[in-house]
Design a protein around this ligand. Structure first.
Ligand SMILES: [Fe+2]
Length: 269
């Protein structure tokens, strides 16, 4: 059994006073770390699927490292649309991994734990230039490297910032997905078969569990604020000050189990 904690979208600012829609991002990330430390088990590792900071800024990443280094297991980070790869690599402490594309490409694409791991778990980087918008795109060098690394006889999971396929919300489906996500999912399914255990993402600032084309898509919300986009909405509003979300994912030999946590926020508790 492999026990993983999935978190996302902490949106740290350059100091402890930074607020997202009225909610203090640092205080809420500290509460997230405290709640994970209160669990009655120690996870094998933790994955943060991006938007570690709100704006790429060295002091924001230093603050993020100060807080997130309090997590009880190695942390793996994916690049969000608000992140900067060189700053992340400089400031944040990662678990062991094998890079799959050169870091000089300004992309963070790797296999967690390296080639000796009994699991084929990958982090991909879907970030596009900010002027293109908040959607993602997977470059061919990444998709080819991941597909080449899939043996077909080990459990496979993908962690990235952006969901790969539509979720049933007009605004989200139009603006926030990986534009070539369905193509990649289909190629990955073909290569990994029933060993494909799931696609795990953030970015939407809301919890998400979908089973599409035989593949689990699981997204975790943001401790900073939630998006409210409904099925027919052309935009979204924000809910700040809600509970603190994280997911506990258990990978056993024959199952993938996602337990959703939603903890009331109280820094004085
Ligand atoms: Fe975000």
């Amino acid at each position: 059994m492999l026990e993983v904690i999935h978190i996302s979208d902490t949106h740290f600012g350059p100091d402890r006073c930074h607020k997202i829609r009225g909610a203090n991002a640092c205080d809420r990330a500290i509460a997230l770390v405290e709640e994970i430390n209160r669990l009655p088990f120690v996870p094998d590792f933790i994955v943060h699927t991006g938007d570690v900071v709100n704006d790429p800024d060295e002091s924001a990443y230093e603050l993020a490292e100060e807080v997130l280094s309090g997590l009880p297991a190695p942390v793996y980070y994916a690049t969000g649309n608000h992140d900067d790869v060189p700053m992340m690599r400089n400031a944040l402490t990662f678990g062991d991994f094998d890079l799959l594309v050169p870091e000089s490409d300004d992309q963070l694409c790797y296999r967690m734990g390296g080639s000796a791991s009994p699991w084929e778990f990958f982090v991909l980087d879907g970030k596009v230039p900010p002027e293109e918008g908040p959607h993602g795109f997977l470059t061919e060098n990444q998709t080819a490297a991941v597909l080449d690394s899939v043996s077909g006889d080990k459990p496979v999971a993908i962690f990235l910032h952006y969901p790969l396929t539509p979720i049933g919300s007009k605004w989200i489906d139009k603006h926030l997905l990986v534009t070539n996500g369905p193509d990649f999912q289909s190629a990955l399914s073909e290569k990994a078969g029933t060993n494909l255990r799931g696609i795990f993402s953030g970015h939407l600032h809301r919890g998400l569990q979908i089973y599409r084309d035989g593949v689990l898509q699981s997204g975790v919300s943001s401790p900073a604020c939630e998006f409210t986009a409904g099925p027919d909405d052309e935009g979204c509003d924000f809910l700040a000050g809600g509970p603190i979300p994280f997911h506990h994912i258990s990978f056993s030999e024959d199952a993938t189990m996602v337990k959703t946590y939603s903890i009331p926020f109280s820094r004085t508790a």
